[in-house]
Design a protein. Structure first.
Length: 202
């Protein structure tokens, strides 16, 4: 089994110390994906003493190396600090590599007017594209906007159907993959694991 995959699986079961131990023995632990994984462990104090400064340093290095996961993670952190312009730039770089969580976050920024002019139409389009790529949380957002009549009264029925579909997917993954519903609801891979542990990263 791939070492990073093994570490991620241990995180899914809450065995963070073992996950970090595996990461620490990886011969390529300075590679972007592995570095991004370690950064989140430091951010959250999962399996290692919490140290945001170390996490940020590692994440910046991985982001500069072109890791879409790291660009997303760093953007997410900076977004919480109100650094919307830098966060948006990182999301754009990540999204250009096909990383759909970044597309979702840009949609979120348009939905709430974070660093940009509030634009429900643009938010809907970004959520819609992200859901086509597999984002369950984007699917939920699209359903909510449809239910609120964003695309007209006739589309509210479609929104209700989509909301039910998303709920079934959440339950399926939560039960059969033994992952918390919040993990499945949010982000792929280790970000979905780790962000669910701290409200700041929702």
């Amino acid at each position: 089994m791939n070492s990073l995959k093994e570490a991620e699986d241990l995180c899914f079961s809450g065995q963070f110390e073992k996950a970090f131990a595996i990461y620490d023995q990886m011969p390529n632990k300075e590679a972007p994906a592995e570095s991004a994984f370690a950064a989140w462990l430091y951010f959250l104090g999962a399996g290692v003493p919490q140290d945001v400064s170390i996490g940020l340093e590692i994440m910046w290095q991985a982001a500069r190396s072109g890791s879409p996961e790291a660009q997303f993670g760093l953007g997410r952190f900076l977004e919480e600090l109100g650094e919307y312009d830098v966060a948006r730039t990182l999301y754009d770089e990540s999204m250009s590599q096909g990383y759909y969580p970044s597309q979702y976050r840009i949609g979120w920024m348009y939905l709430h007017g974070l660093g940009v002019q509030k634009d429900l139409g643009e938010a809907f389009n970004l959520f819609n594209e992200a859901q086509k790529k597999g984002s369950l949380i984007a699917k939920v957002r699209v359903a909510r906007l449809l239910l609120k009549g964003h695309k007209g009264t006739a589309q509210r029925v479609h929104g209700a159907i989509q909301a039910i579909s998303a709920f079934v997917e959440i339950i399926y993954f939560g039960i059969f993959h033994k992952r918390s519903l919040r993990l499945v609801y949010s982000y792929p891979n280790h970000f979905r694991i780790l962000m669910a542990n701290k409200k700041v990263f929702e």
